[in-house]
Design a protein around this ligand. Sequence first.
Ligand code: NI
Length: 412
Amino acid sequence: MKTVDALRDKENERTALIKDKTERIFSRLLEIRRHFHMYPEVSNEEFKTTDKINELLDQFHIPKLAVNTPTGTAAILHGKEAGAVVAIRADIDALPIQEETEWEYKSRIAGVSHACGHDVHTTVALGAAIVLKQMADQFPDGQLPGTVKFLFQPAEEADGGAESMIQQGLLENPRVNAVIGLHNYPDLPAGTIGIKDGFLMASVDEFQIIIKGVGGHAAIPEKTIDPIVIGSAVVQLLQTIASRAVSPKESAVVTIGQFHAGTANNVIPDTAFLEGTVRTSSREVRDRIERLLIQMVSNTVAGMGGEVEIEYKRLLPPVMNDSRVASILRKSAEKVVGTDNAVEAEPTMGGEDFSFFQLEAPGCYFWLGSGNEEKGAIYDWHHPKFMVDEEAIKTGVMMMVQAALDLIENGR
Ligand code: NI
């Protein structure tokens, strides 16, 4: 029992140290976050944001990694070579949304704001880098027991941000053993953390269908092939995919968002155009729906005498948390916020390109509680009045540091 107690004391001591170091830099982190918040930049235009991150990394003597993308940057804290390598990913972009808060540090850029709180994610990753750098001297040889990389990813709200970081080889040399990331979560109060094994966020795909029939007079349908009737059948049929082809234990959504055809009440048009989105809760369901959708639409249209062109675009894989990494992070969260505040994360059918990193290395994405009714932090992501309780930054930094060290100590 003695060794167990001693181990727990040592663990508690470390968590206390992380807390202390985070508290000490918290006022500086607030300045940093408020700067990012006042000067937001949209996807792929995060030039000043990138410069500012680089400037801060230099200021705190955190070595940068070479990144040859127009925006975005990365850093590394080298630890013991035999130790595991952990990557902490933060997205840095803002949105083309006019902020409508009365906050003193509201966006100074017209029509652009951090309405998804990526300024908080960036600040948390910087804070974690600073604290981990300071903690290195607590370890033998003044070196962390493993290596930690920090990926400041551009363009999460657009396409290609995560892939651009991966293509830069940032998960290689040394090879990353685990990748972690977080999103602020207004539905959970600040001071809480939500973790979930497996499915957390949906895959996102889109499709376009052009149905070609034969147009003609509305009163002589026998001489036409009506693409509107065929399109209507297609819409009905696609609704059976989620209800009949997917297990009730899984989640899937197939939505037609556009259906255009025709120009007049007495003319049957030649073509109909449909467009929609598919969201799923697993890689397998995603593959199955793509296959089924193409097969069902092709067969239905052919069966009704029409021709069809289908374009199916795979955009984002689902965020699927690795169970080993998630279970380590759950314990980290319990140390940082206590067992009552480390909760089961609620999954969403929204998408996140963090999922691309999870195809390369086992990873876990989690919710950082950021809600606070009194402070007006009650609005959803992308709302003009979106706010984050800044206390969440403290929790985020502590969690990232604790998680990185726990992952390293649990080995590769
Ligand atoms: Ni976001």
